[in-house]
Design a protein around this ligand. Sequence first.
Ligand SMILES: Cc1cc2nc3c(=O)[nH]c(=O)nc-3n(C[C@H](O)[C@H](O)[C@H](O)COP(=O)(O)OP(=O)(O)OC[C@H]3O[C@@H](n4cnc5c(N)ncnc54)[C@H](O)[C@@H]3O)c2cc1C
Length: 352
Amino acid sequence: MHVGRRRPRHRGVRHGDACGFIASTGVAGLTLGGGIGYLARRFGLTVDNLLAADVVLADGSFVTASETAHPDLFWALRGGGGNFGVVTSFTFRCHDIGENGVVVGGPVLYDLADAAEVMRWYRALSPSLPEELSGWIGLLTIPPAPPFPEELWGRKACGIVWCYTGPHDRADQVLEPVRTFGSPLLDGVQPLPFTALQSAFDALYPAGLQWYWRADFFHEISDAAIAVHERFGARLPTGHSTMHLYPIDGAAARVPEDATAFAYRDGGWAGVIVGVDPDPANAAAITQWAKDYWEELHPTSAGGAYVNFMMEEGQDRIRASYRGNYDRLAEVKRRYDPDNAFHLNQNVTPAR
Ligand SMILES: Cc1cc2nc3c(=O)[nH]c(=O)nc-3n(C[C@H](O)[C@H](O)[C@H](O)COP(=O)(O)OP(=O)(O)OC[C@H]3O[C@@H](n4cnc5c(N)ncnc54)[C@H](O)[C@@H]3O)c2cc1C
């Protein structure tokens, strides 16, 4: 699939592209940072499904980067962010998923008091799940709007949003552990078009909200981490504020760490703590909550974070996020953008 100036929101129904969990996110920034989504476990990150990119370079020239043309640039574009040029189009590998693009997915929400139990259960279950099934964990406030039942509006919850992309006649068997665990407040797992699942949360996060986010990668969801999640989940400062843990395992973790610029391939999680609110008066509250949460959680992390979830956090954090790939990125940067024209990003400075 070829994606030019704008990302089409609803593409052909049979094929899935390995994009993110919210359909309105721009495809360019998402892809260039790595791209984590429902299909990562089965088909890898968005960058693992990138076949070519057209790029305007810092000197004004126009090139196509792929495995065979400018392979060093192509390597760097797959995770290195907007450091190397302006991408004007992407060509992706797409996949047949579900049945005619219909998957089985949706959220299962539990009371926040069950969060520790849910996280322990999921971390033990996850390695045994087929790669057709993926789920991300969230701590959230149940939105005060349909389709959520009115009696749950405003209640704090721990959720897992599932997506099963395999044949439907196996769905009951694969989802059996999900259907039989715990006492959910709501089980919204159902057949639906993949594009509908991808855009299910778009209305909750319209443009114009204020965001403050902090992030880390995690090898595991440790007991120490779970204790922190319980504490700060109970103190979600606003209805939009949330914490998400996205699995980076299966196909995404089988790609060697140095095969693309995206370096975190350890089979763990990308975590993000997000303070969000429409009202500027709440800016201090959402920021402080996210900072405090991150400070306590960070010691349980793998170090470094998904660059697409980072604020301006300094060069050490950028290096930590690219791990052993940083020096090669700096070399590619010297070749394609020696004067660092593209510096308004998680900046890789040109090697000297
Ligand atoms: C609501 C929400 C949900 C999200 N969900 C996910 C998710 O599920 N999975 C995930 O992986 N990430 C997710 N993200 C993070 C997302 O990947 C980053 O915010 C990303 O930067 C968005 O890209 P953009 O093109 O919309 O951003 P922009 O703000 O337009 O760009 C961000 C940066 O990307 C670079 N860039 C953008 N376009 C180009 C281009 N054409 N050429 C070169 N560089 C460019 C530039 O450095 C730019 O500063 C989410 C973010 C939000 C706000």
